[in-house]
Design a protein around this ligand. Sequence first.
Ligand SMILES: [Mg+2]
Length: 253
Amino acid sequence: MHNLSSPGGAASGIRLVGFDADDTLWRSEDYFAAAQHEFERIIGGYIDLDNARARERLLAIEKGNLALFGYGVKGMALSMIEAAVDITAQRVSAHDLHRIVAIAKDMLRHPVELLPDVREAVEAVAREHAVVLITKGDLFHQEAKVRQSGLADLFGRIEIVSEKDDTTYHRVLGEFDLAPAQFCMVGNSLRSDIAPVLRLGGWAVHVPYHLTWEHEREAEIDQSAADRWREIAGIGALPAAVHGLDKAAIARG
Ligand SMILES: [Mg+2]
């Protein structure tokens, strides 16, 4: 359905570049960290935060709820309410639960803040390759962010998925009729953007963000994939990194 074959008939090399969105193109985790801080301030009125291991208990509840709520702000808010009730032994007031809901609403209304050099980097890569945006989270929120970002016109297609794992990437590549070796993924999360694509046999560029949710840092990358991915300090270095990987991909045939 998406014919990416080039007129010259060259079949090798990287044909499609996937971009993560949150903390790769625009800020996201900063707001989650601020929300976490505000959550601790609220329940700190009831208990000693350190003794209650509030942070670990919230993380455990969030991770336990991922399969039910999925990623994103709304799932975070429900987990915070559950954690507030649990950690305060049901003493948390309706007023404070309402403050937690307000944190989520503020996050959902927050304007999109593009990271530096993003537009130029995506434009440069898009001149050489087809590009697709692959992001997870609340469908409604992600659609709004894509719209506000001003980047929607650069992407041939936008995929909002519930999980970024081997199965999802396999499906997306199937829709483009591409082999993993013809695909390169760009993102800040080793767990969601880098490891699954390398496992399938694809290429990847890791752009670390200064803040990354603990869950997204948990990933194991096999040493045998070492020459199929690069880490860059900022997205400004992306066009050169993709170019280098593309040359390596062509050399492999
Ligand atoms: Mg991300």
